[in-house]
Design a protein around this ligand. Structure first.
Ligand code: ADP
Ligand code: MG
Length: 277
């Protein structure tokens, strides 16, 4: 259905290819997470400046930008992981389904159950595959059933590879499998949002491609926010893209197609076309 357009400009040719099919192309959907005028400091150093951003439900929102521009800091603010950093200090607000997550009555542990996180380096526990997936449920004193374990592993596209070895150590899995196990572990507690901080950057190309496929599938059920320094990856898998630049400034946020094909901001254009960063 989409109109074919020929681009002949040399800068366009350098841009990562965009998967237009996966782009929602509208902001009408429900906002799940919203930051308003968010500033973050580590001691005296400001890592984010006045970031206001609305993250839509059941889409993939990518955060891109050069190293040190505050992508991980922003992601960690969304489920209060920055609480764990002694020197971090936050001003501004973050709302989850309209509720301020920094309000006094919000319990960060409960919040992180609704807003799970997957890190750059897979971090399974030194336990069996089964016990890794069951971990969050047990911590919450929730019932663990074989069905939940299977369902979580299926949703993480790992079941077929591990169904006969659920009682073996998770540490024997490959890096890519470990990362999908960490995703299964996050899914098992039935979160609304999954935050991912460069989840494929420690993986080989085949494992990366499996994770990318999985992320697109996950967005049918969950809101996914992914940090990546890989622009091609953002272009391939995300619906919305937020571009952060040096100094912790959110410079542009829009449909992924728009960001990669016709950004408003010259600095974003320069970054996307590889002039710096
Ligand atoms: N725990 C920390 N303590 C002090 N400074 C930090 C800490 N984490 C990040 N920073 C600083 O905050 C800025 C943003 O970092 P980060 O959010 O990790 O960027 P990115 O993920 O985009 O590479 C950088 O200048 C970094 O050095
Ligand atoms: Mg980072």
């Amino acid at each position: 259905m989409s109109e074919q357009t020929e681009t002949t400009s040399s800068t366009a040719a350098q841009r990562p290819e965009v998967n237009t099919e996966s782009s929602g192309g509208q902001f009408e959907g429900k906002t799940v997470l919203e930051s308003r005028d968010l500033d973050v400091y580590y001691g005296e150093t400001q890592a984010l400046q006045d970031v206001s951003l609305q993250i839509p439900e059941k889409q993939v929102t990518a955060m891109i930008g050069p190293s040190g521009c505050g992508k991980s800091t922003f992601l960690r603010c969304l489920n209060r992981m920055n609480d764990l950093v002694d020197t971090a200090h936050i001003e501004g607000d973050v709302f989850f389904n309209g509720k301020n997550i920094y309000a006094d009555d919000v319990e960060s542990v409960a919040l992180r159950r609704r807003i799970g996180m997957v890190f750059q380096h897979p971090n399974p526990f030194p336990k069996t595959i089964y016990d890794n997936v069951a971990y969050g449920l047990r911590v919450q004193n929730n019932e663990v059933t074989d069905d939940i374990i299977e369902d979580s592993l299926r949703r993480a596209a790992l079941w077929d590879e591990v169904k006969d070895q659920l009682d073996t150590s998770a540490l024997d899995l490959s890096g890519g499998q470990q990362q999908r196990l960490c995703i299964a572990r996050a899914i098992a507690v039935d979160p609304d949002v999954i935050l991912m901080d460069e989840p494929a950057s420690a993986l080989d190309p085949i494992a990366t491609s499996k994770i990318e496929d999985l992320i697109e599938e996950l967005a049918e059920e969950y809101t996914v926010v992914i940090v990546t320094h890989n622009m091609q990856q953002a272009a391939r898998i995300s619906d919305k893209t937020a571009v952060f630049l040096t100094g912790g400034e959110l410079v542009e946020f829009d449909d992924t197609n728009k960001i990669f094909e016709n950004p408003e901001n010259q600095r974003v254009e320069d970054y996307i076309t590889g002039k710096f960063g």
